[in-house]
Design a protein around this ligand. Structure first.
Ligand code: ADP
Ligand code: ADP
Length: 224
């Protein structure tokens, strides 16, 4: 379970502080699919980055499975809108990247990477470089790379925002399939209410200036 307790975030801007988040409180159950929904500037990305441990909160506490968290950790992986793949590495090496740091043998890394590339339908592209792939394919590689380190929490920042409508729908369905199969807790940032309704168990609705949680909606509609 993820517990976020009384979290505030201010960005310092040469004396003129920007209050990005105010009093964020949230409990996320294991295996839940949560969407953070709200207009541009409401602090969705900021909240996701804080949960990822990429930037510090100004105030407040966070814990994952009972352990206080400040800073990144192997229990969390992030998928970005712009894929953030390493262009000089093959698809397989991108997926293996996080496993190297974890001291897995070459054989283990390859098994895990090839298994995940199969999961995302890119087994035939393992030796290609990212620039040979379409946007949807790049995002599949990025998802495989995130899953490779076996995080309990998958953090996604508008991952399908740069894709055309048809590719987005395909990837939404693939993500739901992966979420069910791998039993991850997902926090997914979007500004699309359709996307949030389609994907999530609960929608955290945020408002801007400053960023706050306005309400949390349980989605009762069964998914496909
Ligand atoms: P999005 O709406 O997709 O989150 P933004 O345009 O808000 O994107 O932000 C893009 C990037 O610029 C982010 O990395 C964010 O942290 C940074 N950023 C946003 N606003 C400011 C600002 N006022 N000063 C400095 N960096 C900013
Ligand atoms: P969203 O993801 O909902 O678009 P962000 O988290 O990117 O919102 O931004 C929330 C607020 O914080 C915005 O007012 C944005 O301009 C500001 N902000 C984001 N990143 C930075 C930064 N690095 N420096 C200063 N202000 C920032």
């Amino acid at each position: 379970m993820v517990i976020i307790d009384g979290l505030d975030k201010r960005y310092g801007n040469q004396g003129a502080d920007v209050s990005a988040l105010v009093d964020i409180n949230l409990k996320i159950e294991e295996g839940e699919f949560i969407c953070l929904l709200g207009p541009s500037g409401c602090g969705k990305s900021t909240l996701l980055k804080i949960v990822a441990g990429l930037i510090p909160a100004t105030h407040g506490r966070m814990s994952i499975d009972g352990k206080a968290v400040d800073g990144p950790g192997p229990d969390r992986a992030v998928v970005f809108q712009d894929y953030a793949l390493f262009p000089w590495m093959t698809v397989r090496d991108n997926v293996e990247f996080g496993l190297r740091a974890r001291g897995r043998s070459a054989k283990e890394r390859r098994e895990i990477a090839d298994g995940l590339l199969k999961t995302v339908g890119l087994a035939d592209f393992a030796a290609r470089f990212p620039h040979h792939l379409s946007g949807g394919m790049k995002q599949r590689v990025s998802i495989a790379r995130a899953l490779a380190v076996n995080p309990s929490l998958l953090l996604m920042d508008e991952p399908f925002g740069a894709l055309d409508a048809q590719t987005r729908e395909t990837l939404q369905d693939e993500l739901l399939r992966i979420w069910r199969e791998y039993k991850k807790t997902v926090i997914f940032v979007t500004h699309s209410i359709e996307e949030a309704l389609y994907l999530s168990d609960r929608i955290v609705v945020m408002t801007a200036r400053p960023g706050r949680i306005k309400q949390v909606i349980a989605v009762s509609e069964p998914r496909p």
